[in-house]
Design a protein around this ligand. Structure first.
Ligand SMILES: Nc1ncnc2c1ncn2[C@@H]1O[C@H](COP(=O)(O)OP(=O)(O)OP(=O)(O)O)[C@@H](O)[C@H]1O
Length: 563
C-alpha cells in the first residue's frame, strides 16, 4: 500500500498543509500559498543548475534555497499591503494573488506556458521526508515558545493580544512569510518529482486541497498537517485496494470529511490525540512557587508624580458624545475609582487611556506615551495593563498559558534558541512559567493553572484576567468592572488584592458598579455622567455630594442594599 509515490505525496501534501498551518495558528486565512509555490517552483527550476552538472542532491538543495527565498519574498510583497485584512477579505485578496501568478505564468514563454516545462525527477522519498521532518520540527519548537504563544493569542483575541504588548502586525507578517517559504519548499519538491511542471499544478483546487488537509488534520496542533495528509492521501489507496475505481470518491470524501470535522471536531484529527500534549506543558512542579524570579523589575514612578494627564479629552461616535472635555490627572501610587451610570463613558475613557481608541479631541499622556497616536503595544510596553469589561481571555489556552502571554513584555524571545536547544531558552521558559504561576497564585488561581480558560467559572475568569494583566509588571493597572458577577466575599478579597498591589507601588484605575467596594478600596473617586466629570474627591466627599447622589448613588446604593 505504501508505494514510493504514496510516501512522497504524503510528505508533499503535509508540507503544503504546513504552509496553511503557519498562518492558521495566528488566525489568518490565506489562499495565496499556491501562488507562492508556483513562483518558487518556476524560479528554482530556472535558476538552479542542471543535476547532470551539479549532482542530484546539490541541485535539489540549491533549488530549495532559491524556492524558499522566492516564496518568502513573494509573501513579504503580498503581505505588506494585505496584513491589515482579516478573515474572508484576506482569503479573497490572497486568492486573487495566486490566480494572478498562475495566469502570468501560463502566458510567459520561459515557463513553457500551459504545456509546462519538463524537470528532471530527482526527489527521493528520503529527501521529501527529511524536509517534512524539518518543517514539523520547526512548528513543534515554535508551539511552546514565546513567539508561538503570541501567535495563538492573536488567533484567540487580537485586541487582547495587542493590550498584552504583542506587536500584532509584525507577528502576522512573520507567520505569513513562514507560510510563503514553506509553500516555496513544497513548490520546489513538487517540481522535481512530477517531471512536467505546469502552472495548472498550482490552481484554486490545489490551494483548497492544502487548506482542507490542514483543517482536517488539525490547525492548532503541530502534528495536524501530517495527520491530514496521511489520511487524505491514503483514501484513494484504500479505495484502489478495495477495487473501487470511481475517480470522484477522493474529492467527495475530502468534502464530507471537511464537513464532519467542522461540525464535530473543530480541532481536526489531531484533537483525537488530545490534552496530553497540552497537559504536559504544565508540569506540577512549575505551577507552584510564589517568587517572581526577577521578571517583575519595573521601577514604578514615584508616589504622587502624575502618570496620566488628560486635557480636554473627548470622544464622539457620530452624534453620540461618549466622553466630553475630560481633564484628569492620576498620580503614581493612587487607587482611583471611576464610577457613573451605565453609558456614562467610563469604558470609552479607559479605552482612550490604554490606546485602544483614538480621542476625537484633546490629548492624553500616559507614562510618557501618547495613547491613540501610537500602537497599543507601545502603550502597554510603557507599563499600562488592563482587564476588559467583557472578558477577553484567550479561551482555548490554559489559565497558565493566558498569564504567560500576559508576561510577553517581560520575557525574552525563545523560539530561535529553542530550535537549537540552547539551555538558556529552557531557563527563560521556566522563569516565564514560574512568573506566570506566581501571578496566578496571587489572585488565588494557583490550583487551576492547567484548566482551559473557557472552562473556568465566571468569577475565576475575572481573576484570571487580573493575573494576566499583572504578568506584564505594569505601573498602571486598569480594571474594568473586575467584581462583576462576584459575591461579597470574592469582592472583598479583590479589594484586599487591590490594596496590596497599591502597596507594591502600582497605580490602579478601577471602574466598578459595586459602589461599596469602590468606597472601601479607592483613595479618590471620579464620577462621570453623560461623558463629563461631575465630581471628584475622596470617598467621603463623593458619598455626600448631592450631584452624585442624584445622578448615580441614590439608585446604585439602593440596588446594593437590595442585594
Ligand atoms: N463603538 C461605539 N459606537 C457607538 N457608540 C458607542 C460606542 N462605544 C460606546 N458608545 C456609546 O458611548 C456611550 C458611552 O459608552 P461606554 O461604554 O463608554 O459607557 P460606560 O460608562 O462604560 O457604560 P457601562 O457602565 O454600561 O459599561 C454610550 O452611549 C454608548 O452607547
Amino acid at each position: 500500500m505504501f508505494t514510493e509515490s504514496t510516501l512522497v505525496f504524503i510528505a508533499l501534501g503535509a508540507i503544503f498543509a504546513y504552509s496553511f498551518y503557519a498562518v492558521l495558528v495566528a488566525g489568518q486565512l490565506s489562499l495565496g500559498q499556491a501562488g507562492f509555490a508556483a513562483t518558487a517552483a518556476f524560479t528554482a527550476v530556472t535558476l538552479a543548475p542542471d543535476p547532470k552538472d551539479a549532482g542530484d542532491l546539490p541541485t535539489l538543495l540549491i533549488a530549495i534555497v532559491i524556492g524558499m527565498a522566492a516564496g518568502a519574498v513573494a509573501a513579504v510583497i503580498l503581505g505588506l499591503p494585505t496584513m491589515h485584512l482579516r478573515g474572508v477579505f484576506l482569503a479573497i485578496a490572497t486568492l486573487g494573488f495566486a490566480e494572478a501568478v498562475r495566469i502570468l505564468l501560463i502566458n510567459m514563454e520561459w515557463t513553457g506556458g500551459a504545456q509546462g516545462t519538463s524537470v528532471p525527477k530527482i526527489l527521493t522519498p528520503t529527501v521529501a521526508w527529511v524536509c517534512l521532518a524539518l518543517v514539523a520540527y520547526w512548528f513543534w519548537r515554535q508551539g511552546r515558545s514565546r513567539y508561538g504563544r503570541a501567535l495563538e493569542a492573536i488567533r484567540e483575541d487580537e485586541l487582547a493580544a495587542r493590550a498584552m504588548g504583542i506587536d500584532v502586525g509584525r507577528h502576522r507578517l512573520s507567520a505569513f512569510v513562514a507560510a510563503g517559504a514553506i509553500a516555496g519548499l513544497y513548490g520546489v519538491l513538487w517540481a522535481y518529482y512530477v517531471r512536467l511542471l505546469a502552472p495548472e499544478d498550482f490552481g484554486f483546487s490545489t490551494a483548497i486541497d492544502g487548506l482542507v488537509t490542514a483543517v482536517v488534520g488539525g490547525s492548532t496542533v503541530f502534528v495536524g498537517p501530517l495527520l491530514g495528509s496521511g489520511f487524505l492521501t491514503m483514501v484513494p489507496e484504500v479505495q484502489r485496494s478495495l477495487g473501487i475505481e470511481a475517480g470522484w470518491i477522493r474529492p467527495f470524501i475530502s468534502g464530507v470529511l471537511l464537513l464532519v470535522v467542522i461540525l464535530f471536531l473543530p480541532g481536526g484529527l489531531a484533537s483525537l490525540i488530545p490534552r496530553r500534549v497540552r497537559a504536559a506543558r504544565i508540569a506540577p512542579s512549575e505551577t507552584g512557587g510564589a517568587d517572581l524570579q526577577g521578571l517583575a523589575s519595573r521601577v514604578h514612578p514615584a508616589a504622587g508624580t502624575p502618570i496620566v494627564t488628560l486635557s480636554g479629552l473627548g470622544k464622539s461616535y457620530g452624534g453620540v458624545q461618549a466622553v466630553k472635555e475630560v481633564d484628569l490627572t492620576i498620580a503614581g501610587g493612587e487607587v482611583l475609582g471611576l464610577i457613573g451610570p451605565n453609558g456614562a463613558g467610563k469604558t470609552t475613557l479607559v479605552n482612550m487611556i490604554s490606546g485602544l481608541i483614538a480621542p476625537s479631541s484633546g490629548t492624553a499622556e500616559v507614562l510618557g506615551t501618547r495613547p491613540g497616536r501610537m500602537p497599543v503595544h507601545r502603550v502597554a510596553a510603557a507599563g499600562v495593563s488592563r482587564t476588559f469589561q467583557h472578558s477577553k481571555l484567550f479561551p482555548r489556552l490554559s489559565a497558565l498559558e493566558n498569564v504567560m502571554v500576559g508576561g510577553h513584555l517581560v520575557t525574552r524571545p525563545t523560539f530561535l534558541r529553542r530550535l537549537v536547544w540552547l539551555p538558556s531558552a529552557r531557563r527563560d521558559e521556566s522563569r516565564a512559567w514560574r512568573h506566570a504561576s506566581a501571578c496566578l497564585a496571587r489572585v488565588g488561581l494557583g490550583e487551576k493553572a492547567g484548566v482551559t480558560a473557557s472552562a473556568l467559572s465566571y468569577g475565576d475568569q475575572r481573576r484570571l484576567e487580573i493575573a494576566r494583566a499583572l504578568a506584564s509588571d505594569p505601573s498602571l493597572l486598569i480594571l474594568d468592572e473586575p467584581a462583576a458577577g462576584m459575591n461579597r466575599v470574592e469582592a472583598d478579597q479583590l479589594s484586599d488584592l487591590i490594596g496590596s498591589l497599591s502597596r507594591d507601588g502600582l497605580t490602579i484605575l478601577l471602574i466598578e458598579h459595586n459602589v461599596g467596594m469602590v468606597m472601601r478600596t479607592c483613595h479618590r473617586i471620579v464620577v462621570l455622567n453623560f461623558g463629563q466629570v461631575i465630581a471628584a474627591g475622596t470617598p467621603e466627599e463623593i458619598r455626600t455630594n448631592p450631584a452624585v447622589v442624584e445622578a448615580y448613588l441614590g439608585s446604585s446604593e439602593t440596588e446594593e442594599e437590595a442585594q
